[in-house]
Design a binder for this molecule. Structure first.
Ligand SMILES: NC(=O)c1ccc[n+]([C@@H]2O[C@H](COP(=O)([O-])OP(=O)(O)OC[C@H]3O[C@@H](n4cnc5c(N)ncnc54)[C@H](O)[C@@H]3O)[C@@H](O)[C@H]2O)c1
Length: 428
């Protein structure tokens, strides 16, 4: 039996020990899904705090409840460690570490490099390594493969290397890790076969592609598609504002066309660890090949201008009531980057708050999912959303449209509302 056949046999019998590097928004749901499929899972993270709480059955990720985690911890199917020497134990390792941007908006693949170095130290015959972190095309082959083959082991024969992008959509109750189709690309055909066999018990639909580069690019296309389309509707919001037309009415009516149109909504700008960041990975790669990705750059420009657009709208609205931004009390409603989640990474609310404070406004915020956060050295604490706090503000600015908020109350009580999400009811 070849090494590949042995790994596939182990997966079929759920004898595989699955390792997950990085137990965040992506790694933890994947770990739980693999454990639910019957695998034993060993999570590895550099954060002692995360590892300790997971081993106690306490989840730090909203999409995974304590009950879900406890079930797999108590069942002996999941445990976590900070010990990199244990990375020689798993038969398969999925890497789910962050891929942020550097200060100059270039890809920061240092976490992937660190994870690869850790794996390299204990790499053994019969291991499959799968990169899940979003990254530029070529990362798996150009960075990981030479590092892992420097051990003397041969890809496709001794160990297996693949890329399979995570598609988790935090806060989405309908599409979870299991029922979201998963794209897989291998360095060799055997790598693809092994990686697919490993995921098959945990994921309903697998989508094989011919190379790791194709798989890497699939993820970047998906997120660039969103960024460009959100950029387009954000520009449409500016256009409609100048024309005195309701952009949301236009979009809803356009969306009645049963073919050839897909609905995207304007808002205060992009947020999260994916859409504002991932397209820059592709733009950077293409700059190195002397090609300028114009759609990516333009969408990035439009989307990052939106906080300024909305602060200008707020300033005009206050002006209409004979007030200035300086000295006005502004209650920002929602700081998470999208509805019903607690993640503030890259949230446009942070830009909006910075701009308002820069103009001298007294800014408070309320967010049922984010009790406090720290930004630019200042700690902010969510205020209770009551008729009193709403009425006390010169202006309420709706930045995130969490569904638990009583928008009728806001509409009834607020002196002035700037609604970046079309959250206010049309009728009282
Ligand atoms: N969050 C999302 O919605 C989402 C969706 C799809 C894809 N992705 C991609 O998945 C990847 C992970 O994102 P995330 O949101 O889960 O990040 P995260 O910050 O929530 O989690 C990353 C975890 O990795 C750990 N870590 C960092 N360096 C490590 C190392 N060297 N060894 C072990 N652990 C390490 C951190 O302590 C943290 O717990 C990124 O590439 C991201 O672009 C994210």
């Amino acid at each position: 039996m070849t090494t590949a056949q042995e790994l596939i046999r182990k997966a079929e019998k759920r004898e595989t020990l699955f390792g997950i590097i990085g137990l965040g928004y992506v790694g933890l749901p994947l770990a739980v899904e693999l454990a639910n499929a019957g695998y034993r899972v060993l999570g590895y993270d550099i954060s002692q705090r995360v590892v300790d709480s997971l081993n106690k059955g306490k989840s730090h990720i909203k999409d995974i409840s304590d009950a879900q985690l406890e079930k797999v911890v108590k069942g002996g199917l999941f445990s976590a460690t900070t010990d990199p020497n244990r990375l020689g134990e798993p038969d398969a390792i999925s890497i789910c570490v962050p891929t942020p941007l550097s200060k100059f908006k270039d890809p920061d693949v240092s976490y992937i490099v660190a994870a690869t170095d850790a794996i390299k130290k204990t790499l053994r015959k019969g291991q499959a390594i799968i990169l899940e972190s979003t990254t530029y095309p070529g990362t798996t082959r150009e960075i990981m493969l030479p590092a892992l083959e420097s051990t003397g082991l041969k890809v496709g024969a001794d160990f297996f290397l693949a890329f399979s992008p995570e598609r988790v959509d935090p806060g989405n109750p309908k599409f979870l890790t299991k029922n979201t189709p998963k794209v897989v690309g291998g360095i060799t055909p055997a790598c693809l076969e092994v990686a697919s066999a490993l995921y098959q018990p945990a994921i309903d639909t697998l989508v094989p592609v011919s190379t790791t580069e194709a798989a890497e690019l699939v993820k970047l296309l998906e997120n660039t598609f969103r960024s460009v389309n959100i950029g387009l509707v954000n520009e449409m919001a500016i256009v409609c504002d100048k024309l005195g037309v309701d952009v949301w009415e236009v979009i809803e009516a356009a969306a009645t066309k049963p073919f050839g149109f897909m609905k995207f909504l304007p808002g205060p700008g992009l947020g999260g660890h994916c859409i504002p960041i991932d397209p820059h990975y592709l733009a950077w790669k293409m700059r190195g090949l002397n090609y300028k990705t114009r759609f990516i750059d333009l969408a990035g420009e439009l989307n990052t201008e939106m906080p300024e657009f909305w602060v200008r709208k707020l300033s005009e609205a206050l002006n209409g009531q004979g007030k200035a931004v300086r000295g006005a009390s502004v209650l920002v409603l929602g700081v998470a980057y999208k509805r019903n989640i607690d993640d503030i990474r890259e949230s446009p609310a942070l830009d909006i708050i910075r701009l308002l404070k820069g103009q001298g406004a007294n800014v408070t915020y309320s967010d049922p999912h984010v009790p406090k956060f720290r930004e630019d050295g200042t700690e902010f604490r969510s205020v209770a959303l009551t008729p009193e706090t709403v009425a006390a503000a010169d202006c309420v600015m709706i930045v995130t449209d969490h569904s638990s908020v009583d928008y009728h109350m806001i509409k009834r009580t607020a002196r002035l509302v700037v609604d970046t999400r079309n959250a206010l009811p049309k009728e009282t």
